[in-house]
Design a protein around this ligand. Structure first.
Ligand code: FAD
Length: 471
């Protein structure tokens, strides 16, 4: 009898395929099950990748309009929607096809289908209309999440869209209402506004991107004032009625006077719900909490010792890189290695214009937890690279432990923040102090220098921003 471990992974998103690839690389016999023809999950088919392809084009359109300030004028862009859509689809096909190839190279069994639990070691796999039972030593649950709804808009239609429908880019509505000022709403709003829609964003709380530090959000809020037709904060949608000529929306709260307005389309971006039902989990000891997330320990093990769970189905933050990391931890644990999911910093990026990124401790969180911290903020107006890019409204900040000077968090608002934030993750994970960052030579002229100068600023020693330390 072979002693090769048989592992099944349910769901081939960034969590599931990373776990499956790692398990195969570590010598296990792996079966990966997902309804799509190739791995990719929400992230590649309906999330991260298509949205970022379209945001790239949105950035291009916005930057060419801005170029008039630098003496270069372009004519108004003509958008060939069919071509744009097929380019975006090609990007997705190329990447998911690549994952298909990587699965073959690793000789794992990929089944286009769905799986449910018969018991803790048996899966019923439905593929091509046939149901068959299969036995595994270990199972990794990576079924992800789906768009959440609100009671007044339970059903998605061609006019009331979720993020998946909005990414299909059927047309460019004249008037679009985005419900929810979180990252998905703002990213999709940016895409449609850049392509020509009049976009209104409505958000229940008193600011965009609830949970993020306000000084970072302020940079974005100023810019979206120009891009969007309106941002309605502290306002709730109380009713939505689809009519022949549009969607009639009623509001409550600060901007209730907008009530009764007609929109061509409405995008509901109010969060995501874990896919933890209909999986036969009741046939196992796996436990689900009151928000529908599967309960796991640091090794991503569920209450059923041979079943692991990773990614969106296990809880916040619902991000692809968090899912991937968890997947690799679970595969390592199954292989008998010492591994645990214990990140000190998970980066979050909002790919708007400008980008907002943060990792580790935020100021909002520090306040809630009564932590004693020091904060240094470096305005991009003092950065040569930011000036040469016409991006002087950005800001870089560091959150530092007041006793040890260890870097606990980093936040950036500005061009390329998403690429820059990786330095913060490394600094936090390596227990760097602000002095370590200040003493590391950063290349000139780059936006990365703003991180070094933020650290110098903490000691009143920034070269390009004179703020002497108080004696
Ligand atoms: P998923 O990617 O959700 O994959 C789960 C897979 O499991 C799916 O393919 C599903 O069909 C399959 N499945 C479900 N049930 C079964 C079953 N019974 N049997 C077999 N298969 C099943 N994250 C980022 O980090 N960066 C971004 O820029 C970003 N942008 C986003 C933009 C949008 C518009 C959206 C919607 C999301 C975005 N996300 C982003 C979030 C990201 O997509 C998710 O965090 C990530 O996909 C979660 O990965 P996962 O592996 O947990 O599950």
């Amino acid at each position: 009898m072979s002693d090769t471990k048989k592992v099944a992974v349910i769901g081939a998103g960034p969590g599931g395929y990373a776990a499956a690839f790692m398990a195969a690389d570590l010598g296990m016999s792996v079966t990966l099950i997902d309804p799509e023809v190739n791995p990719g999950g929400v992230c590649l088919y309906y999330g991260c990748i298509p949205s970022k392809a379209l945001l790239h084009v949105a950035g291009l359109i916005n930057e060419s309009a801005e170029a008039k300030n630098w003496g270069v004028t372009f004519t108004k862009p003509k958008v060939n929607l069919d071509k744009l859509r097929s380019w975006k689809n090609d990007v997705v096909l190329k990447l998911t096809g690549g994952l298909g190839q990587l699965s073959k190279q690793r000789k794992l069994t990929y089944i286009k289908g769905t799986a449910t639990f018969v018991d803790n070691t048996t899966l019923e796999i439905t593929s091509g209309g046939k149901k068959t039972n299969h036995q595994f030593d270990n199972i990794i649950l990576a079924t992800g999440s789906r768009p959440a709804t609100i009671p007044i808009a339970q059903k998605f239609t061609s006019r009331i869209m979720d993020s998946t429908r909005s990414l299909a880019l059927k047309d460019i509505p004249n008037k679009l209402l985005v419900i929810g000022g979180g990252y998905i709403g703002l990213e999709m709003g940016t895409i449609y506004a850049s392509l020509g829609s009049k976009v209104t964003v409505v958000e229940m709380t008193d600011g965009l991107l609830p949970g993020a530090d306000r000084d970072l959000v302020k940079v974005l809020s100023k810019r979206v004032e120009n891009l969007f037709e309106a941002v309605l904060l502290e306002t709730k949608v109380s009713d939505i009625k689809e009519q022949k000529n549009g969607v009639k929306v009623e509001f409550e709260g600060k901007h209730a006077k907008n009530a009764g307005k007609l929109y061509d389309r409405v995008l509901l971006a109010v969060g995501r719900t874990p896919n933890s039902t209909g999986l036969g989990l009741e046939n196992t000891k796996v436990k689900i909490n009151d928000r529908g997330f599967v309960q796991v320990d640091e090794q991503r093990r569920t209450d059923e010792p041979n079943i692991f769970a990773i990614g969106d189905v296990t809880g916040e933050p619902m991000l692809a890189h968090k899912a991937t990391h968890e997947g690799r931890v679970a595969a390592s644990v199954i292989a008998g290695k010492t591994a645990a999911y214990e990140p000190k910093a998970i980066p979050a990026i909002v790919f708007t214009d400008p980008e907002i990124a943060w990792c580790g401790l935020t100021e909002v969180q520090a306040k809630k937890e009564n932590r004693t911290i020091k904060v240094a903020r470096f305005p991009w107006a003092a950065s040569g690279r930011a000036a040469s890019l016409g991006q002087t409204d950005g800001v870089t900040k560091l959150i530092i432990d007041a006793d040890t000077d260890r870097v606990l968090g980093m936040g950036i608002a500005g061009h390329g923040a998403g690429e820059l934030i990786a330095e913060g993750v490394l600094a936090i994970e390596m227990a760097a102090t602000a002095e370590d960052i200040g003493l590391s030579i950063h290349p000139h002229p780059t936006l990365s220098e703003t991180i070094m100068e933020t650290a110098d600023l903490l000691y009143g020693l920034s070269t390009h921003y004179h703020r002497p330390q108080k004696k």
